[in-house]
Design a protein around this ligand. Structure first.
Ligand SMILES: Cc1cc2nc3c(=O)[nH]c(=O)nc-3n(C[C@H](O)[C@H](O)[C@H](O)COP(=O)(O)OP(=O)(O)OC[C@H]3O[C@@H](n4cnc5c(N)ncnc54)[C@H](O)[C@@H]3O)c2cc1C
Length: 294
């Protein structure tokens, strides 16, 4: 009997540049047959299963400029190689962007949070992942660089479907820019997963600002796990804008959110269950934002 060779990763070339310029040159030289490597949390399994088989892997770990967290009057800039543990361990972010911190607290487990990165998650574009959900909810801008130079893509235009984005093959993400977070902004994040650290079956991220009389304005409601990409739910935002956030408004917003999504059935949940869950997650996040008891 012929002994089959164990099939694991397909062979590839490896490179570890120290600058974005060098990394982009390597990606461009391979005409779409090269992949950046961030923390490897998704890329390594994809290589092992041969879902991806690039000729070249460009390791980004030595590019210092991608590791920075910059907080200014304009908002928060997260370098692409900022890891989940960097976000959770940075006390400045608890005031500079508390919704981001609340959401990232739900990402995976300790080991994955040690290596998983902001840029890797955004590029991987899992529809249930927290970071893409925060990017869409908060109107983030995704900074990318390719052989044609640098450009910025609005998060709303970036995600095209599961594992599909607006990135060109020679482009890499350099940073994610989140707009300034006002001090008194109300926010909430809720998700439901089978076990702590699993990807969410569905989740909601939201915020609003209050006028002098306490009415909500500038409401932003986002959901994950409800479609082929993270979504912002304008019908739920319309319910909130101009209202006092009380139990009745919370219920109306939850119903509007559930009515605005049409998730498919899959192995984890039926579409009907997920739709109901979206409503409940929006209600929970909103009750939290308004400090109402559930
Ligand atoms: C068991 C497990 C549980 C998880 N649970 C969750 C969870 O609950 N929530 C959640 O949000 N995530 C979860 N994740 C995902 C994880 O947190 C990472 O976000 C994800 O795996 C990306 O990993 P990475 O940053 O190491 O990127 P990599 O795996 O290195 O790369 C992922 C993809 O992005 C590309 N890429 C990486 N960096 C860039 C860049 N700068 N520019 C362009 N392309 C780039 C790569 O080429 C590859 O295609 C889980 C992962 C595992 C393995």
């Amino acid at each position: 009997m012929r002994k089959l060779a164990a099939m694991k990763l397909a062979p590839f070339e490896y490179s570890c540049p120290t600058s974005v310029k060098e990394a982009v040159a390597l990606l461009a030289a391979h005409g779409g047959d090269a992949k950046p490597l961030a923390g490897g949390q998704s890329l390594m399994p994809m290589l092992a299963f041969r879902v991806a088989a690039p000729a070249l892997v460009v390791d980004l770990r030595k590019i210092e400029e991608l590791r920075q967290v910059v907080i200014s009057e304009q908002g928060v800039v997260l370098g692409a190689m900022v890891r989940w543990r960097d976000i959770l361990g940075d006390p400045r972010l608890r005031t500079a962007h508390p919704l981001l911190v609340a959401a990232i607290g739900h990402v995976a487990h300790y080991q994955i949070r040690n290596r998983g990165t902001v840029g890797g998650s955004i590029a991987h574009a899992d529809p249930a992942a927290e970071m893409p959900g925060i990017a869409v909810t908060c109107e983030a801008q995704i900074a990318v660089t390719g052989k044609a130079g640098a450009r910025t893509i609005a998060a709303a235009d970036f995600f095209r479907g599961p594992l599909m984005t607006a990135l060109e093959p020679d482009e890499m993400i350099t940073a994610i820019r989140l707009p300034r977070w006002p001090e008194r902004r109300r926010f909430g994040f809720a998700e439901f997963a089978r076990r702590q650290g699993d990807f969410a079956i569905a989740g909601a991220a939201l915020f609003y600002d209050q006028d002098g009389g306490g009415k909500a304005g500038n409401a932003h409601v986002g959901v994950i796990g409800a479609a082929d990409r993270p979504l912002r739910l304008v019908p739920a935002e319309t319910v909130l804008n101009g209202k006092m956030i009380d139990q009745e408004t919370v219920a109306l917003a939850g119903a509007a959110a559930a009515a605005a999504v049409d998730p498919p059935d899959d192995i984890h949940a039926s579409g009907a269950y997920r739709r109901a869950l979206v409503g409940v997650m929006v209600e929970r996040a909103l009750a939290d934002a308004a400090s109402l008891s559930a």
